[in-house]
Ligand binder design. Structure first.
Ligand code: ADP
Ligand code: F6P
Length: 318
């Protein structure tokens, strides 16, 4: 009987469990023996692989995190680590692997495919940084978490007539900042895709204050500025009290939204079918609301398109 294994890798994301459930259930329906690998590539290297049945994934569609664990294993760039990991699967007769993760995990999957493991990847990351899909699993839930927090910060910042600077995650991708900034009605959205100098930022805020804004919301992508220092500068130069909040890892937790559950279920179900058509390794995405299957290596070379028009829209509406 053909066999499939599943692992989750990199930063966890709400909806990963829904994706695991979809893959396990579809694989069993298609007649595959189904396995999970615990703790990403680290667990794969250590041989933490277990056969599962359909009840293994009961009651998880609504749970955040990943029930099979995830990890980061920097040593996975080494070919001997990759080869041993591939052999751990082959020793059990497993030649098909579903990898749920972000672009780093995709690169790991591509490496494994060179050792004869057919990999199908699913986009599981809050960052929305993959060019092979319009939306990644976890992005929508993280956005909703951010918005809930920003709405609360808006209350207190409005009461105190303060500027609230909120740092959000996203690694090298500004989508969490951009979308949350639009949805929360921020005055300024700062990300690596639309860089503003300190001077531009301060001038914008001075201008807004002179036009009668009594409080301001600024959303900043992580690693762009030291937000506490930025708050101090705003306080001094704009003449408005300012406070910084780093939302941190709470953005990665929580129950997946309906959107993420549906996305994960659609893509997870297609992942199993894709093993038939996929030659060496591929990835699943959603483009224009259609599930698509792409060659993995090609997808990793595709540039990510940023819709800069969204920044213009956000400016008009502030
Ligand atoms: P994400 O998948 O969310 O982007 P990372 O970038 O941390 O998260 O990648 C997850 C894991 O994938 C890494 O810890 C490593 O084990 C593996 N990985 C990342 N980049 C590569 C690469 N170039 N080659 C092989 N494996 C990689
Ligand atoms: O890739 C997801 C992500 O949450 C990024 O947004 C962030 O930069 C990174 O992971 C944080 O990683 P860690 O969990 O190792 O702190």
């Amino acid at each position: 009987m053909a066999k499939i294994a599943i692992l989750t890798s990199g930063g966890d994301a709400p909806g990963m469990n829904a994706a695991i459930r979809a893959v396990v259930r579809s694989a069993l329906v298609e007649g595959f023996e189904t396995y999970v690998v615990y703790d990403g590539y680290k667990g794969l290297y250590e041989g933490k692989i277990k056969q599962v049945e359909r009840y293994f994934v009961s009651e998880i569609i609504n749970r955040g995190g990943t029930i099979i664990g995830t990890a980061r294993l920097p040593q996975f760039v080494n070919v001997d680590v990759q080869e041993k990991s591939a052999n751990n699967l082959k020793d059990l007769g497993i030649k098909n692997l579903v990898v749920i993760g972000g672009d780093g995990s995709y690169r790991g999957a591509l490496a494994l495919s060179k050792f004869g493991i057919k990999c199908v990847c699913l986009p599981g990351t809050i960052d929305n940084d993959l060019s092979s899909t319009d939306f990644t699993i976890g992005f929508d839930t993280a956005l909703n978490t951010i918005i809930e927090a920003v709405d609360k910060l808006r209350d207190t910042s409005s009461s105190h007539q303060r500027c609230s600077i909120i740092e959000v995650m996203g690694r090298n991708c500004g989508d969490l900042a951009l979308y949350s900034g639009i949805a929360a009605g921020a005055e300024l959205i700062l990300s690596s895709e639309r860089v503003m100098t300190k001077e531009m930022i301060l001038n914008e805020l001075i201008q807004a204050k002179s036009e009668g804004k009594r409080h301001e919301i600024v959303i900043v992508s992580e690693k762009l500025f030291d937000v506490n220092k930025l708050a101090e500068e705003i306080q001094q130069k704009v003449g408005m009290e300012a406070r910084a909040t780093i939302l941190g890892h709470l953005q990665r937790g929580g129950k997946p939204s309906a959107f993420d559950r549906v996305l994960a279920s659609r893509m997870g179900s297609r992942a199993v079918e894709a093993f038939e058509s996929c030659y060496s390794s591929c990835c699943i995405g959603v483009k224009n609301n259609q599930v698509v299957v792409m060659d993995l290596e090609t997808s990793l070379k595709m540039p990510r398109m940023v819709d800069l028009r969204l920044y213009t829209d956000s400016e008009r509406l502030k």
